[in-house]
Ligand binder design. Structure first.
Ligand code: ADP
Ligand code: MG
Length: 242
């Protein structure tokens, strides 16, 4: 479980997050939604520790992450898998090397164990046999899947995905969502997905946090959302193409 309390983040005079509280539960996919520039990526980065919030706390299973020093964070970092907004693969490395890089950083596995694990993860995202390809040889959907394979290399307890559907056609997008949902159940991971894709919201939004003007304007499930009379939420939904 991940809990955040009173998260504030500013860049200079620009107050982006103005006191966000939320609880993200294991075994289900939580979504952070909101318009472009509403602070979704910033919130995710504050949770993962890529940004230090100006105020507020982040707890991973009761442990206060925000007050830990670099060394103390290492055991939790090992349990975090992250898919970045642009997949962030290393272009000069093959698919397999991209996965092994993560295992090199965090494990003492032997070379053959690492290759086995990489193969297992690639199979899991339906990319068996693509080990020796370079990112430039992959489609957008395949890059996302490599990004997901790398994110699950360490069997993460916490899985974070920033816009996993951006740039994908609707059919591929649904496959990615199903994969994220399945992996979340498989690892019982606390999964947080940033998206502005309404198909994802309707498909996998067990818990949704809607950001607007730096605040949590609304939270609930996708079923609650259809019944909500929150004006800003309805405007966001209305403006988002299905
Ligand atoms: P979203 O992911 O919802 O589109 P972001 O979290 O990327 O939004 O950005 C929210 C706001 O924070 C924007 O106004 C953006 O310009 C600002 N911002 C984000 N990251 C930085 C940064 N590293 N430095 C300065 N401003 C930033
Ligand atoms: Mg973003």
């Amino acid at each position: 479980m991940i809990e955040i309390t009173n998260i504030h983040k500013s860049f200079g005079d620009n107050l982006v997050l103005d006191g966000i509280d939320a609880t993200f539960e294991p075994g289900k996919v939580s979504l952070i939604i909101g318009g472009s520039g509403s602070g979704k990526s910033t919130l995710l980065k504050c949770i993962v520790g890529l940004h230090q919030p100006n105020e507020g706390k982040v707890f991973f299973d009761g442990q206060e992450f925000t007050r830990m020093d670099f060394e103390e964070k290492v055991p939790i970092r090992k349990e975090i898998g992250m898919l970045f907004q642009n997949s962030a693969l290393f272009d000069s490395m093959t698919v397999e090397q991209n996965l092994i890089f993560t295992l090199d950083m965090f494990t003492e596995m032997s070379k053959s164990e690492k290759i086995d694990r990489a193969n297992f993860c690639l199979e899991r995202v339906n990319l068996a046999g693509k080990n020796k390809l370079f990112p430039s040889e992959l489609s957008g959907g395949m890059k996302k899947r490599v990004g997901i394979a790398r994110a699950i290399a360490m069997s993460p307890k916490y899985l974070f995905c920033d816009e996993p559907n951006s740039g994908l056609d609707p059919a591929t997008s649904i496959l990615i969502d199903e994969l994220i949902q399945d992996l979340t159940e498989e690892y019982n991971s606390t999964t947080i997905v940033v998206t502005h894709d309404m198909n994802s919201v309707m498909g996998i939004g067990a818990y949704i946090l809607f950001l607007f003007k730096g605040q949590k304007y609304w939270e609930g499930s996708n079923q609650d959302m259809l019944k909500s009379d929150n004006k800003e939420l309805n405007e966001f939904v209305f403006a988002s193409p299905l």
